[in-house]
Design a protein around this ligand. Sequence first.
Ligand code: PMV
Length: 360
Amino acid sequence: MTEKDFIPSAYTKDKIEGKVTYRSPSNIALVKYWGKKDNQIPANPSISFTLDTCATTTTVSYKKLDKKISDFSFDLLFDGKPKEDFKPKISAFFKRTELYLPLLKAYHFTIETSNSFPHSSGIASSASGMSALALCLMELERELNPDMEADFFYQKASFLARLGSGSACRSIEGGLMQWGEHKDTPNSTDLFAIKNPYKLHPVFKDYQDTILLVDKGSKQVSSSLGHNLMHNHPFAEQRFDQAHKNLSKLKSVFEEGNLLEFIKIVESEALTLHAMMMTSMPYFILMKPNTLEIINKIWAFRATTKTHVCFTLDAGANVHVLYPEKEKEKVYQFINNELVAYCENGQYICDQIGNGAEKL
Ligand code: PMV
């Protein structure tokens, strides 16, 4: 498949106005995407758990314009109120996707969006937000081209979401989602995310993720800037190679349910991501002292209890605590007794692997 396959031929149906709502989850990468080429093409493949509780709900109301216009026409509401500062991001997304969605200039859109997680929680809403928006627009395209096949619908939604925010392409469907060409994964592509095609051991089917909110402030360095610093990064090639190798190793880990190996790969990926930040030029640190306190507590707890709790990080200070469902009781107790103290205002969010976006 190539980009060209996503350029639609003339629409076969007409639609004057309508409304569509999608709820789309966030995701947490196990093998991280960090570094990209032009057009949101990832420098290395990545894989993530689709989450369940952390999600964005977006309603797009559309009304056909009398004639095609030269610029995009849309209003944006966040939590029911107009949100002007979100508009440039949406305009940029429309510009990037216009070739694939000619309908963008034929309608006026009202986009209403809200998140299930607190606004300033330090949880990025770009993955859930961009995937929800992409799905709503695809739903309109399906109205205009009703013969569209289900597979194509999801592939194109993921493709469009990727153009909004790379990791958003992994938030369309549930379970384990893989994005980026990888020699050991048939049908893997840089264009959109695919469902992990291998057998998945039952232990991973209801894996838990408790997100400890260590620092709810906004990031000092955006992920776009961070991705760019991987150009001319002294360790870039080794890092990209490592991501490929980790993905290959995960294949049997997922099939066999090998939790010890899973922990090694996932924690190493998280620390490598932050090591890349610390060794880029300019260098930066997104972890906070409490991030490290929590990591050390997790290591000590795992060593004494022989449970399988581990951590991962995204581009921020918050810690994702990952563990099998059957260890939930013990880990909850541990979080409440030992980790909550390191969270801002004692806040954390209990999440788990989810089924992907849904139309409401
Ligand atoms: O999708 P972006 O551009 O916000 O990048 C996300 C990068 C990480 O969250 C750090 C890793 C990942 O693969 O999700």
